[in-house]
Design a protein around this ligand. Structure first.
Ligand SMILES: NC(=O)c1ccc[n+]([C@@H]2O[C@H](COP(=O)([O-])OP(=O)(O)OC[C@H]3O[C@@H](n4cnc5c(N)ncnc54)[C@H](O)[C@@H]3O)[C@@H](O)[C@H]2O)c1
Length: 463
């Protein structure tokens, strides 16, 4: 079986390399000359762990072209992984996929053999059957399910571990137009995945829903842990890790993605709740859980800014350590750090930042709101407050001495509770997110709740 991969970006390039690594002849397609040239010169078109090495090792089996026709005519199955950006309604735009499907359809018209067309891009229920299959049928003059196969089969990967996740998934998700399309894809996955992962086969619409259901469920779990973190901050001795560690032991819940912290970001998670809520509304159904998850996550930067305003004098310098949406990433899309930087800058603070990989991207996105330094120590030198925004090991290695500078006391807000060693240092006001930082005030508040108080409820809340 020969495979074509259409769209060689953050996900597609790794998928093409993985198919080649597993022994298949692969032809990749992209509209960008730069991307096609990179693959043909055996180098990675995007930054991803292990990708460059994998492409080099499999250069004999992996080629790229600008021509969809060449790719379709020289393969038996095509995976389509082009962008589906959010549109103004919060749905996923089919603009790029439709264009790719037009090209594929035209190529199918010239093809004698059966061909399976598999969409991997994230789309909402109805997109494949209502919009994309008609494009293929119109352009090819052929019938889906008879002359060619159609599947919807998204991947569950995290940037930075795309190759590992693709080769060792928890399961493969196959939405199939008909038995033949699904069986052929299942057989292929059985030869590609290294961990004998089961396949979940279903209708195309159910697979389209399952993809965003998985993502939105995970974001709900993250947000639940963040809610607990805030509650713990207000209970004497509160510590969100104590609660989530126990919670995760319940086999119905589990530990993954259950850590109170700074909220989620990146290219996928933030848009999925909005999209789920969009499709639910269109169907006349409420998706309040998705809306609340999204709005709670988006409220974090403002809450952090308000908290800092209580501690810091106006115009002071705040350093943000970690600007990408997660450690070991150069991606700053929907990064909580950047939203916080913008909010702080608008509130009149001088914001400086450091990230081992994402400095340049952050500067491009936040020009005028942040000064990005390429030296961590220099960043600490200038800061009156330091926010540890991503759990990067480089930050964990910092010692209390490193925070000493011209200021008498430096406030450190540790969103991931990695720096307990800073707790009792005279020159540091250490605040751990998700932990009680004032047991006296928290005890007083609990007393007021349970033993009664003469204060009016509104005053109790204020204090
Ligand atoms: N990045 C992720 O973490 C991730 C995870 C799961 C799902 N997805 C989904 O996968 C899809 C692709 O995401 P990505 O992050 O790889 O995007 P990307 O922007 O990194 O890459 C897309 C590539 O497609 C190319 N392209 C655009 N139109 C094309 C066309 N008509 N023919 C051929 N190539 C074309 C672009 O030049 C680009 O190289 C999206 O739907 C996304 O939601 C992404």
């Amino acid at each position: 079986m020969q495979i074509s991969v259409i769209g060689l970006g953050k996900l597609g390039a790794s998928m093409a390399a993985c198919f080649a690594h597993r022994g298949f002849k692969v032809i990749g397609v992209d509209i960008s000359h730069k991307v096609v040239d990179a693959i043909n010169n055996a180098s990675a078109p995007v930054q991803e762990t292990g990708l460059n090495e994998m492409i080099k090792a499999n250069r004999d089996r992996l080629k790229a072209t600008l021509s969809h026709e060449e790719a379709v005519l020289n393969s038996d199955i095509s995976f389509v992984i082009v962008p589906t950006p959010s549109d103004e309604r919060g749905a996923f735009s089919l603009q790029y996929v439709s264009w790719a499907y037009k090209e594929i359809g035209r190529a199918l018209a010239k093809k004698k053999n059966y061909h399976n067309v598999v969409l991997t891009s994230t789309v909402l229920p109805g997109s494949t059957r209502q919009v994309l299959i008609p494009i293929l049928e119109k352009e090819s003059g052929k019938k889906a399910g008879k002359d060619f196969g159609v599947c919807y089969s998204p991947e569950f990967i995290a940037l930075g571990s795309v190759i590992e996740n693709f080769l060792n998934p928890d399961f493969t998700l196959i939405g199939e137009l008909d038995e033949r399309s699904g069986s052929e894809l299942e057989k292929l996955y059985a030869m590609v995945v290294e961990n004998k992962a089961p396949s979940a086969r279903m209708s195309i619409e159910m697979a389209e829903l399952t993809k965003i259901a998985v993502n939105t469920f995970v974001t709900t779990k993250i947000t639940f842990a963040n809610m607990l973190a805030e509650i713990c901050e207000n209970i004497p001795g509160g510590d969100v890790d104590v609660v989530t560690r126990a919670l995760g032991l319940d086999s119905r819940i589990g530990h993954k993605y259950l850590k109170g912290g700074l909220g989620y970001g990146g290219p996928c998670f933030p848009r999925d709740n909005i999209a789920l809520s969009f499709i639910a509304k269109q169907l006349g159904v409420q998706a309040k859980l998705a809306e609340v998850t999204d709005s709670m996550n988006r409220s974090i930067p403002n809450r952090v800014t308000e908290k800092l305003k209580e501690i810091l004098r106006p115009n002071s310098t705040v350093a943000i350590l970690g600007l990408a949406y997660k450690p070991f990433s150069h991606v700053t899309e929907e990064s909580q750090s950047l939203y916080i930087a913008e909010a702080l800058s608008k509130a009149g603070y001088r914001v400086i930042g450091y990230d081992p990989l994402a400095g340049e991207m952050a500067l491009q996105e936040l020009h005028g709101h942040i000064v990005v330094l390429d030296n961590l120590k220099e960043c600490l030198n200038q800061a009156e407050a330091v926010l540890i925004a991503t759990p990067h090991p480089e930050f964990e290695k910092l010692e209390a001495e490193d925070f000493k500078n011209q200021y008498r006391k430096v406030t450190v807000i540790d969103f991931w509770r990695m720096m307990k060693k800073l707790e009792n240092e005279d020159h540091i006001n250490y605040i751990a997110f998700g932990k009680s930082n004032d047991d006296t005030a928290n005890t007083k508040r609990l007393k007021q709740i349970w033993l009664g108080t003469k204060e009016k409820p509104s005053e109790a809340v204020k204090s």
